[in-house]
Design a protein around this ligand. Structure first.
Ligand code: GDP
Ligand code: MG
Length: 166
């Protein structure tokens, strides 16, 4: 199995920490799947049976100034060209305006989206459920996976879920 996965989310939610953990020291082997040049490949997860190419989608994060229509279109198209989108949020900080902005962009594409709730090591389990329910009320996520990218909790489960969508 092989596919492209875009990771989006506000700054500091833990995107880089997650990628570092998942990619580790594995050697990246590029697939022959067509790939758009405007997206930056962040890393490739490779096993004997699976290749997951993680890409960055510039322009999807809430801009300080209004983005031009062209830039916005470029970002939207990038979200359409991947097999799956991981929308990473921060359990410690909760729902924010940056999240609302991203959710509006997600509503414009048909690509399946996972809600990845990171930093669960920082919150009490009782706080997690209401937070997840709030996100769920905003968008029909294909899967919801709470993780700790830093400690590694549930990261393998997330990879297994991703494989189902490649
Ligand atoms: P990015 O901006 O989304 O790429 O976020 P980073 O990966 O740079 O992480 C931002 C900060 O959050 C860093 O200090 C990380 O160590 C911390 N961080 C990332 N994941 C976790 C986590 O699961 N638990 C905790 N406690 N901290 C985390
Ligand atoms: Mg980063």
């Amino acid at each position: 199995k092989s596919g492209f996965v875009s990771i989006i989310g506000r700054p500091n939610v833990g995107k880089s920490t997650f990628l570092n953990r998942v990619i580790g020291q594995k050697i990246a082997i590029m697939s022959d799947k067509p790939q758009t040049t405007r997206n930056k490949i962040q890393g490739v997860y490779t096993t004997e049976s699976t290749q997951i190419i993680f890409i960055d989608t510039p322009g999807i994060h809430k801009p300080k100034h209004k983005l031009g229509d062209f830039m916005m279109k470029v970002a939207q198209n990038a979200l359409k060209e991947v097999d799956l989108i991981l929308f990473m949020v921060n359990a410690e900080e909760g729902f924010g305006r940056g999240d609302a902005f991203i959710i509006e962009r997600l509503k414009e594409v048909k690509t399946p989206v996972f809600l990845v709730v990171n930093k669960i090591d920082q919150v009490h389990p009782d706080e997690l459920l209401p937070l997840i329910e709030h996100y769920q009320s905003q968008y029909p996520f294909a899967e919801i996976v709470p993780i700790s990218a830093l400690q590694g909790n549930n990261v393998e489960t997330l990879i297994e879920q991703i494989k189902k969508y490649l």
